[in-house]
Design a protein around this ligand. Structure first.
Ligand SMILES: Cc1cc2nc3c(=O)[nH]c(=O)nc-3n(C[C@H](O)[C@H](O)[C@H](O)COP(=O)(O)OP(=O)(O)OC[C@H]3O[C@@H](n4cnc5c(N)ncnc54)[C@H](O)[C@@H]3O)c2cc1C
Length: 578
């Protein structure tokens, strides 16, 4: 039995993982007799990063409400808990149970990822991006001040439960220790070859940084991760799990209701239900969804809201299917336009490039620890190797994630476990954290199960391409430094002096955002500073799609932050109506 199969087997019996779901189902069955129609105070669409934080925060911030969470996918237990396993992350990403299978339009600049190499990797790095990025959100108008760095930092700290040992005063200033999202340093130590890489980077003048989420973001150092007790700490098994524990019966105002968060898995939301008696006002009153082979409807109570947390590719799709979006695209798909807005227009991502190198055998053991080391720096816009000043620049735009890996050479005649076809090595994934190129997304059809048309436009602006080339040149320079070149015999695979800039390997990233932009309506905004969709009532969007500018770091923590801030705004508005 392979290690992964063994852990999968253990997880099958992991009572703790299942306990919460089972308890939730039982409690809800007990109270089912009090339910007549599907009416909830809040309907959240999507149980991803944002939806999980929002559900928990709403049920704790607002008294006596109930919340319905509709999720198209299955619960965490669906693949025997494999989703919680850091070392299985790469396999999980590719499983159809956890992947929408979306494909993008063909890119003008072709990817040249070498198909002869298979990279085993994992991750969950915890990053927030630089403070100035959020101040840019706030600079959009006086009412946007609620998104400046001080407000965002308050939310980041509220969510975080950082377990760093003996944190100093500076670390305490920037981190939270009482939230539900567990953040930790690498518990297993790092591989020697990774320490060698840090030395090599320092020798080139790159400063050491022991906290990429602290006072400054640039430099070389080790990442912190959202992992607890060896398992992924997702927002589902931290925030949603906690939310499910609150189940009460409320009697008041002459009626009784269950106070709880009700999660329905395999429930695919099709569109928003509008109040047809007040057509001009675009008042959302519920959602239509597909579950167990039938189309069902769920409605909101007075003062309630529909909140889309479907992510940057699906929230805009639901809006467009409901008549909110660009006129031309909606009309060409026979959808009646309720409100013309540039939904799907500001598709942002972190495009990247990858370099793979082999090292001395046994420098890396069988399992990778994931992206152990990070290098964050400012790139050169002419594609030249960055100079020393760039390493200290306060506005770094590149993040390099370095992982120890085992590289499988795909020889068709080789047996699956033939170690002769495996090399130890390292991979450097360089991502452009502040891209200039912008993509778009639109409907292919009015069928809710049809994929939207996704056009990423990676590297469309030449400075993006030159900046990534600049960073990859730096990666190559680091690999050529001692002790990597001497002690660990590190050699770039496919390293070839004739290689042109166009030959650099390019890969895609996973940080789609911005498609339901938070900005003034006159500046192509779709939602206002309180995340309410322009020209509608009772409808907000709370997820990666509202980013006006993409944060300069991995987005999981920034999205959780947005959901936490949104919960306070929603609670304020709800309480005003009481
Ligand atoms: C493979 C991969 C690895 C990543 N690794 C990291 C990392 O290590 N660190 C990091 O910071 N970030 C990472 N990210 C990015 C981060 O996970 C995402 O940016 C983040 O989860 C997006 O949050 P969200 O709430 O906007 O949307 P999501 O988390 O995508 O949640 C949207 C949810 O809505 C559901 N949904 C969509 N449409 C419907 C519908 N019509 N009806 C019902 N439900 C619907 C979806 O199934 C999904 O569960 C990674 C992303 C990917 C894809």
């Amino acid at each position: 039995m392979s290690t992964i199969e063994k852990i999968q087997e253990d997880l099958k019996n992991d009572a703790k993982i299942r306990e919460c779901w089972i308890k939730n189902v039982c409690d809800h069955d007990k109270y089912a007799k009090f339910k007549t129609k599907e009416i909830y105070d809040f309907i959240i669409v999507g149980a991803g990063t944002a939806g999980c934080v929002l559900a928990r925060e709403l049920i704790h911030c607002i008294p006596n409400i109930n919340v319905l969470v509709l999720e198209a996918g299955g619960p965490d237990t669906y693949s025997n808990g494999l989703i919680n396993l850091p070392c299985a992350a790469f396999q999980v990403f590719q499983m159809s149970e956890h992947n929408w299978g979306y494909v993008t339009q063909e890119q003008k600049i072709k990817s040249s990822v070498n198909p002869t190499k298979e990279i085993l990797k994992n991750g969950f790095p915890y990053l927030r991006g630089k403070a100035k990025g959020y101040d840019n959100w706030a600079a959009q108008g006086p009412e946007y001040k609620i998104w400046d760095w001080d407000h965002c930092l308050e939310a980041f700290k509220a969510i975080e439960n950082n377990s760093r040992k003996n944190p100093d005063e500076t670390f305490k200033k920037f981190h939270g220790f009482n939230g539900l999202l567990h953040v930790q340093d690498n518990q297993n130590g790092i591989y020697d070859v990774m320490s060698g890489l840090i030395e090599a980077a320092k020798n080139l003048g790159i400063p050491y940084n022991d906290d990429f989420n602290g006072e400054r973001q640039n430099g070389v150092g080790t990442f912190q991760f959202t992992i607890k007790d060896g398992k992924r700490c997702s927002l589902a098994n931290s925030y949603l799990k906690d939310a499910l524990e609150k189940v009460e019966l409320y009697s008041g105002d002459g009626f009784r209701k269950v106070v709880s968060v009700d999660v329905r898995s395999f429930a695919h939301v099709l569109n928003i239900i509008w109040d047809e008696e007040n057509k001009e006002e675009n008042i959302a009153i519920g959602v239509r969804y597909f579950c167990n082979g039938v189309v069902r409807e769920a409605f909101i109570a007075p003062k309630g809201e529909v909140i889309l947390c479907g992510g940057a590719l699906n929230s805009p799709q639901i809006l467009m299917l409901s008549g909110i979006g660009p006129k031309e695209n909606l009309e060409s798909n026979n959808i009646k336009v309720r409100k013309e807005l540039p939904v799907g227009r500001n598709l942002l991502d972190h495009p990247g490039g990858t370099i793979v190198a082999k090292s001395t055998p046994s420098a890396v053991n069988h399992w990778s620890n994931g992206a152990e080391v990070g290098i964050i720096h400012k790139a050169n816009v002419e594609g030249k190797i960055p100079c020393k000043d760039d390493f200290f620049d306060e506005n770094p735009d590149i993040e390099i994630m370095v992982s120890p890996i085992q590289i499988s050479l795909m020889d068709p005649s080789a047996k699956p476990d033939d170690n002769q076809n495996k090399l130890d090595g390292i991979v450097l994934i360089s991502t452009l954290n502040i891209p200039s190129s912008v993509g778009y997304l639109e409907l292919n059809s009015s069928n809710p199960f049809d994929q939207p048309k996704i056009c990423l436009n990676y590297f469309e602006k030449s400075d993006d391409l030159y900046r990534i080339i600049s960073s990859l040149k730096l990666c190559r320079e680091i690999l050529e430094q001692p002790p990597l070149s001497t002690v660990y015999n590190v050699k770039e695979l496919g390293n070839n002096d004739d290689m042109s800039d166009e030959d650099w390997e390019r890969s895609t990233s996973l940080h789609a955002s911005g498609t339901v932009k938070m900005a003034p309506e006159s500046k192509d905004g779709v939602v206002n500073h309180r995340l309410q969709v322009y020209g509608t009532k009772n409808l907000r969007v709370v997820d990666a799609s509202i980013f006006p500018y993409i944060p300069s770091g991995n987005p999981n923590a920034p999205i959780a932050m947005v959901a936490w801030r949104a919960s306070r705004l929603i609670a304020e508005d709800y309480m005003k109506m009481c």
